[in-house]
Design a protein around this ligand. Structure first.
Ligand code: HEC
Length: 226
């Protein structure tokens, strides 16, 4: 083994040093470097908010067509008016079974959203009323009001005069669960059995007091979930 480096090896080493120095010196920190497998960095598909000429508004994400219904959302057919409320009271029926579980959830949600005004018992004496911050809250046992499931759902969805809508805080099922609890509160205020018992006995809590008109009453009993 010779201890001296021969000329050929020396030239190779010099070439390697010059090459690496020149490559490093050409590197520009302000520009992206060469990408190895560029698809790992840049998506092949269009980006939602990317800028592309082929789309109508130069953007891949477009507004959905008219009448699009989001997944899991059920359109509500009754209009936000007195007539809509009367119609909902007459024919809109609770599609969910009255169960202990649904009533428990309804109770919790009622305490969160409604009790400040309507009171834990539904007697219209919530904390805002006792502190005289809010007036004109009816008791659910008010004989002048027809408090039925369909009406409660309608009022939760749209609100009613001074009462706001709860459609953004609650989903469809939750509004029905609250409605079940409200029917329970009303029964308790009137000293009647709760809706769990009445629904077990065959009649739903609604059937006794629907009847805005005879036609409405008939329609409601036909729609009743079995
Ligand atoms: C800010 C106070 C307030 C809150 C909170 C509130 N309400 Fe009301 N609610 C009212 C007022 C006021 C009325 C009377 C509206 C009217 O008849 O002009 C009313 C009326 C009602 C009625 C009677 C509707 C009818 O057919 O006559 C029901 C049922 C009802 N509310 C349910 C609820 C439920 C369920 C919640 C919770 C999701 C709730 N309210 C939360 C103030 C409130």
């Amino acid at each position: 083994m010779s201890k001296t480096i021969n000329m050929k090896t020396f030239i190779n080493i010099v070439i390697a040093i010059v090459a690496s120095v020149s490559m490093v010196s050409c590197f520009n920190n302000n520009k992206p470097n060469y990408q190895y497998f560029p698809n790992m960095y840049a998506p092949v598909g269009y980006e939602a908010y990317g800028d592309y000429e082929i789309f109508p508004n130069q953007q891949e994400a477009m507004t959905p067509p008219e009448h699009t219904v989001p997944r899991g959302f059920t359109p509500y057919e009754y209009e936000n008016s007195t007539a809509g409320l009367v119609l909902a009271k007459a024919e809109l029926m609770n599609p969910y079974p009255v169960t202990e579980e649904n009533l428990t959830v309804g109770n919790q949600l009622f305490t969160i959203y409604c009790a400040v005004c309507h009171g834990i018992k539904g007697d219209g004496k919530g904390i805002l009323v006792t502190r005289e911050k809010f007036l004109g809250i009816p008791s659910y046992a008010d004989p002048g009001r027809v408090i039925v499931m369909g009406g409660i759902y309608h009022v939760e969805t749209y609100g009613l005069n001074a009462m706001g809508s709860y459609a953004s805080q609650t989903n469809e099922k939750e509004r029905w669960q609250i409605a079940m609890h409200v029917m329970d509160l009303k029964a308790a205020l009137k000293g009647e059995p709760g809706i769990l018992e009445t629904s077990k006995a065959g009649a739903t809590a609604d059937s006794t007091e629907v009847g805005m008109t005879p036609a409405g009453a008939n329609k409601a009993s036909e729609l009743e979930p079995k």
